[in-house]
Design a protein around this ligand. Sequence first.
Ligand code: NAD
Length: 499
Amino acid sequence: MGTIADTKWHGLAETIRPETRLLIDGQFRAAVNGETLASINPATGAVIAEVSCGAASDIDAACEAAVKRFRQGAWSRLALRQRVEILSRFADLIAENCDLLAVLDTLEMGKPIAEMCAIDVPASVLTMRFMAESIDKISGSVPVTNTDALHYILRQPLGVIGCITPWNYPLMMAVWKIAPALAAGNSVVLKPAEDTALSALVLGRLFLEAGGPDGVFNVVPGRGAVAGQALALSMRVDKVAFTGSTGIGRQMYRYAADSNLKAVSAELGGKSPQIVLRDVENLSAVAEKVAGGLFGNQGEVCSAGSRILVDRAIHDEFCDLLVGHAARKYRPGDPLDPTTTMGPLVNKTHHARVQGYIDGARTEGATAILGGGSSKAETSCFVDPCLFTGVKSHMTIAREEVFGPVGAIIPHDGLEDAVRIANSSPYGLAAGIWTSNLGTAHRIARDLECGMVWVNGYMNGDMSQPWGGWKLSGHGRDKCLQALLDSTQSKSVWVTLES
Ligand code: NAD
């Protein structure tokens, strides 16, 4: 780890006094039972803030306010251009508060500040703008009917959308959920992850400052098994928009079945392959990008390309290049230092989990060619980037989502074999293909069982890209126009013209 640089970010980190109370019906207030959750900086172990920890009754109050405001119509029936203006202003305010939002997420989860400034904050602003601009661009339809009838299909808001988000992109995941929900005219109750609630509370304040009506956007931090469960079980909630692990994603469907059959969208985990074919022209450049697709955000990325499937003919050369690039670029360091490319993992529990996968890979017979040292879980949340060779498809490291900077390199014997291995995962979030042959790329892209495929790149895209998976990676779609449509429901109106 490098020395702690004296940057503007440290100054800001020392002086901010973040809002820590729940936002319910336009008012910030403590949790009814007075409970708080300590927000801990994983880079230092210091307590950043004590955040109000919502109980089930706080969630009930937020849902009650959300329904009441929805029915009153101050947002749900507001003239569309006014809704566009308020959400555009909301996007402007997110941009104006970029430093505050960046530093809060970096402090709470350890993400490098450079990533916050280059990716999370701009992507959040863009998402809010895109959804604001799209409000009056979607439409219902008028199907052709017999002449004795007029049939039109309206698109209307669902009512209350409960958003439950993870800690790995605290701001961006929250915005991916709330932007389409609010744009479509719904009321929202957001339950951010336990470790990372502070940027969500800033969003709540900024929505009000932008002119959003009270009670339309509520933010209730709390424990998943308490506040999250209460939200997903609430009879007042019409849809749960969830991003998180596959295990808790399954729970969402159970909660829906056990309550009001609310709609569920679920963006879940992954074990995404990056397929390197032997025809790539610049193997070193590919190795550098493959490292980026694996180690960005410390590997705490749902779509991390953590299974690296390399043609056996170039396997050894590729591994050398990959190790070289990874070792040069990804060294854990102070996340507030703008030159840092890798921060700590989010908390000690997660660190121990990731370290368990590393230890387990060695025990199962894989070979660490980078990192892979023994556990430092007692003292630190930092993990060095780690690459394993000799990985067999049945090994835990090849099957389960590690959610850390750990790559499993698996040799393949050409196209068909690569696709077979890629599709052998129960997950189906994303995949990357590295090849010089575009025909091959299109063919593999068609055959891969996942929601997103990148050719000769990884994790690039824009707002037109539907973000979401197949199989155990879930069924929702974030970011794109589909996300806005999925925040509405259809109503068929059949008008009889002649009796
Ligand atoms: P998690 O499933 O543990 O928690 C996600 C959210 O669910 C949190 O807000 C948590 O408090 C809440 N929760 C936990 N238990 C709950 C319960 N019993 N009832 C209701 N809510 C509950 O996930 P995490 O550890 O915060 O995030 C990491 C996971 O998220 C990874 O699996 C990652 O792949 C996934 N993820 C997916 C995407 C995607 O777009 N597909 C994006 C980011 C993260």
